[in-house]
Design a protein around this ligand. Structure first.
Ligand SMILES: Cc1cc2nc3c(=O)[nH]c(=O)nc-3n(C[C@H](O)[C@H](O)[C@H](O)COP(=O)(O)OP(=O)(O)OC[C@H]3O[C@@H](n4cnc5c(N)ncnc54)[C@H](O)[C@@H]3O)c2cc1C
Length: 318
């Protein structure tokens, strides 16, 4: 399927944009699941000023969606209308460290690379990022966390551009992070995070990161086409346990499967559509609710449209 040419409709001002604009762009390869339809217009801003310029000129009625490394995201098969923005590594990955260990990092910096850089410099507090395959912008939006640590723990601020192109410096209070939740308005695109680290020993930090990686290899399907944890853990419970107890380990819908290794991970076994994956997720929710009365909530962000004639209602029967 293809969308109408939005770029042609936008007018001359797009000639002043320094980043890359591409129409009907296939974004599946930019997500871990590797499924889904195109973005109507895909934009890689060159830097924060370019992003702000673009958003300030883009007509208000055009929808905007931001993606990071697509590691917690399902793009529906009908594609994403409007503009999909992915920050370029070149313009949004700078890391600076001040004497008091205030660390400022661009939102396109991959979490794992950030963890490694911090460890090499002997700055502690970020080893948990070694296990999270997203970028800093996604970590800010999801309050990504693992191994007893969360993004919010060391965060002292962040910077974002809103839908009108206005730049905001945000305090932790304004970010309002909680478990896999951020209270910043949905249209805010994070461009930087500011953390406070502490002194640590590079060898000890390296060892800590190795432990994180080894744990991941052992317990998660890290080599598969997956979207990370599918459902948030309900209070005091583990989503994987509820899925397992519902007898769904290895359960399949089309080319999508509940991971045999970790039952809160769904997998594209090779030829899954986004519909297969979403149908599988809703079937899991349906079975868990029927069995326990508990409603699982998606942690994975689903973006875009179903193709014409397709719908995946919530809480399906097996
Ligand atoms: C194998 C595997 C293991 C994982 N383990 C963990 C784990 O242990 N802990 C954990 O928390 N997560 C885990 N995840 C999920 C995922 O890596 C995190 O949620 C990560 O923070 C998502 O970052 P991303 O760049 O991939 O964002 P995406 O998946 O691309 O997007 C996720 C959300 O963030 C938003 N977003 C992305 N960039 C920006 C930005 N610059 N500004 C504003 N919003 C933005 C998107 O709009 C979307 O709503 C795992 C995923 C996989 C595949």
């Amino acid at each position: 399927m293809a969308f109408g040419d939005l770029l042609a409709k936008l007018g001359d001002w797009t000639g002043k944009v320094r980043g890359r604009l591409q129409s009907n762009f296939d974004i599946a390869p930019y997500t871990w699941f590797r499924v889904g339809g195109p973005a109507q217009l895909f934009f890689n801003p060159a830097d924060e000023a370019d992003l702000a310029f673009f958003l300030s000129h883009l007509p208000a009625e055009v929808p905007v969606t931001v993606i990071g490394l697509g590691s917690n995201m399902l793009v529906r098969d009908g594609g994403v209308e409007g503009v999909v923005i992915r920050l370029s590594g070149k313009g949004f990955s700078e890391v600076t460290v001040a004497d008091d260990l205030t660390v400022t990092v661009g939102s396109a910096m991959p979490d794992m690379r950030f963890a490694t850089q911090m460890a090499k410099q002997g700055i502690a507090g970020f080893a948990f990022y070694k296990g999270i395959p997203g970028a800093i912008g996604g970590a800010l939006r999801m309050n990504a966390g693992a191994h007893g640590a969360e993004t919010k723990d060391r965060l002292i601020g962040a910077r974002a551009v809103d839908r009108q192109g206005k730049i905001h410096d945000l305090t932790p209070e304004a970010l309002g992070h909680a478990y896999r939740f951020c209270a910043a308005p949905n249209d805010f695109i994070f461009t930087k995070a500011i953390y406070r680290g502490e002194r640590g020993d590079p060898d000890a930090l390296k060892a800590e990161m190795n432990e994180v990686s080894a744990y991941r290899e052992e317990n998660q399907p890290t080599k598969e086409r997956t979207g990370g944890s599918t459902f948030k853990n309900p209070d005091g419970m583990s989503a994987w346990k509820l899925v397992d107890e519902a007898g769904l380990r290895g359960f399949k819908v089309g080319g999508a499967q509940v991971s045999e290794k970790h039952t809160n991970f769904l997998i594209n076994t090779g030829d899954a559509t986004a519909e297969d994956i979403e149908r599988l997720g809703e079937t899991v929710r349906g079975k868990v609710r029927a069995q326990t009365g508990i409603e699982l909530h998606w942690e994975i962000k689903r973006i875009g449209h179903f193709p014409d004639g397709v719908d995946v209602p919530p809480f399906l029967d097996v």
